[in-house]
Write a protein that binds this ligand. Structure first.
Ligand code: C5P
Length: 282
């Protein structure tokens, strides 16, 4: 499979180039990351593979299975979100884990602390590697989620979602937050750190600030990734894979640019190639 044979999906091929993708110089040094899930000894291609998470946003287990079959040899991580988990239940995780894939269970939990703690324990028992809660649930909820994992063997990395990448200033204002999305991300991340959380989901535009806040121990998982020229979809704050890595991302979450491509494995290969180049040129 030719790594450079990027195949854009029809809907992506004709999309106008995003005016919001910044042009971060590729000479900018990559920030250090020392997450235990990553192995810095491996070659850039292997490291890229360990840092790309494919979002399986599909309506049922059969559709997920088709995609995973096509991406099995290319991708190491898969994200199961609300659409698939609600339709297919925990059983959908089993074939992924059995094949040796890593699983990010993205349920974005947000409830009272006691309920979230119980849900976190239940999710951890499924054997997943990453799990999300909403930072907006507040410090008590975040602390309860963290404490629910304390002492459990192979606990998943707990991530607090800051501000969704689909939210711009107007959307953030509409829910009564008198700040820009970037300021709100900063507030939520500081609160999360105080509650003992070291993993965050944020947009590519806030990752550099968050990397400075968390230091190398922070696990920064970044959606809103679009290859240059790709369709933006419903995101407002996006970047290319290389830009996100140079800004300090630990992991990139990519859904539609891979899953809706005519040839998903080739689309994933092209993204991995770009990531490997960025990782190989710190
Ligand atoms: O298809 P696309 O690449 O836009 O998919 C992005 C994925 O990242 C979706 O599964 C979405 O739920 C997730 N996401 C997230 N946090 C955000 C924005 C998107 O986990 N702030």
């Amino acid at each position: 499979m030719a790594p450079n044979a990027a195949t854009a999906h029809d809907c992506c091929a004709n999309a106008p180039k995003s005016p919001t993708i910044s042009s971060m110089p590729s000479s900018q040094p990559l920030p250090p990351t020392s997450q235990p899930l990553l192995n810095s000894q491996e070659d850039p291609r292997q490291r890229a593979r360990q840092r790309l998470i494919v979002a399986l946003d599909v309506p049922n287990a059969a559709a997920a299975s088709v995609l995973v079959d096509r991406l099995d040899d290319t991708c190491a991580w898969f994200k199961v979100g609300l659409e698939l988990f609600i339709a297919a239940g925990p059983a959908v995780l089993e074939p992924l884990l059995r094949r040796g894939h890593k699983v990010f269970l993205d349920l974005k939990l947000h409830d009272i602390p006691n309920t979230v703690a119980g849900a976190v324990r239940s999710a951890a028992s499924l054997g997943v590697n990453m799990l999300t809660v909403h930072a907006a649930g507040g410090p008590a909820m975040l602390a309860a989620a963290r404490e629910a994992l304390a002492g459990s063997a192979n606990a998943p990395e707990l991530l607090a979602v800051t501000v969704l990448t689909s939210m711009d200033a107007a959307q953030v204002g509409a829910i009564g937050v008198p700040r820009s999305p970037a300021e709100q991300v900063d507030v939520l991340a500081r609160m999360g750190l105080e509650a003992g959380i070291r993993g965050f989901v944020c947009s590519p535009q806030e990752v550099a600030t968050l990397r400075m806040l968390t230091g190398p121990q922070g696990v920064l998982v970044i959606p809103g990734i679009r290859p240059a020229g790709g369709a933006i979809g419903d995101h407002k704050r996006i970047a290319t894979p290389a830009e996100a890595l140079h800004a300090g991302a630990s992991y990139l979450v990519v859904g539609r640019p891979i899953t809706q491509a005519a040839h998903p494995a080739e689309a994933a290969e092209a993204i991995l190639e770009e990531m490997a180049k960025a990782l190989g040129n710190p």
